[in-house]
Design a protein. Structure first.
Length: 201
């Protein structure tokens, strides 16, 4: 019935990065009058499975079972995987993404040995001048907003292109530098800061 709903494509897709679950597909199918009784029956069945503690395995577990056929992930793992095709275009794409991610070599930096300098600090008022922070995992900038609210200045943040990056810059009260990711950065190119933070990941 879920496949039938997908074939009908009655409603628009969800925003990028989000996938429809079985419940949403069945609800879409229920908009077809002649299929409504069957769709409602399937929804009731899914609810009964949850109440009985036998909820269907998540998509990710099923995919893991297909990629790792010799691994037992849970008690009824084999039964669920048996219902799935051995390979699909999605599985091939997922495997390729895994292989591609393993090719990424993080930048390795061997710093020269240095000596500790005299702290720029005065007992009567703390650090002389502004406090600067850098965010290596900005997201939408919620952590950066806390530092900015405390009076710190954002010297740099790291977040791939997109709406989250734009929001992070606003929440940080502006940023002197904006980078995509820390993985491929030469540390010598990253501005010095008092506080280095990244969260919540």
């Amino acid at each position: 019935m879920v496949d039938e709903a997908k074939a009908k494509a009655l409603f628009q897709d969800l925003p990028a990065g989000r996938e429809k679950g079985e419940v949403i597909w069945l609800m879409e199918l229920a908009s077809v009058k002649e299929r409504r009784p069957h769709a409602m029956q399937a929804l009731l069945w899914l609810q009964q499975q949850r109440e009985d503690g036998r909820a269907r395995m998540t998509r990710s577990i099923v995919d893991c079972g297909i990629h790792l056929p010799g691994t037992e992930l849970c008690g009824d793992h084999g039964a669920w995987v048996a219902h799935e095709p051995s390979t699909t275009e999605d599985h091939a794409r997922q495997r390729q993404e895994i292989r591609d991610s393993q090719r990424i070599t993080p930048f390795v930096y061997e710093p020269e040995k240095t000596e500790m300098g005299k702290a720029d600090r005065h007992p009567w008022h703390g650090v002389a001048g502004n406090i600067y922070f850098g965010d290596v995992g900005a997201g939408s900038g919620l952590f950066a907003a806390v530092f900015a609210a405390a009076g710190a200045k954002c010297r740099f943040l790291m977040e791939p292109e997109g709406q989250k990056r734009q929001r992070a810059v606003v929440n940080a009260g502006g940023a002197e530098h904006v980078f995509d990711t820390v993985q491929q950065m030469d540390p010598m190119e990253v501005p010095w800061v008092h506080v280095l933070q990244g969260g919540p990941e």
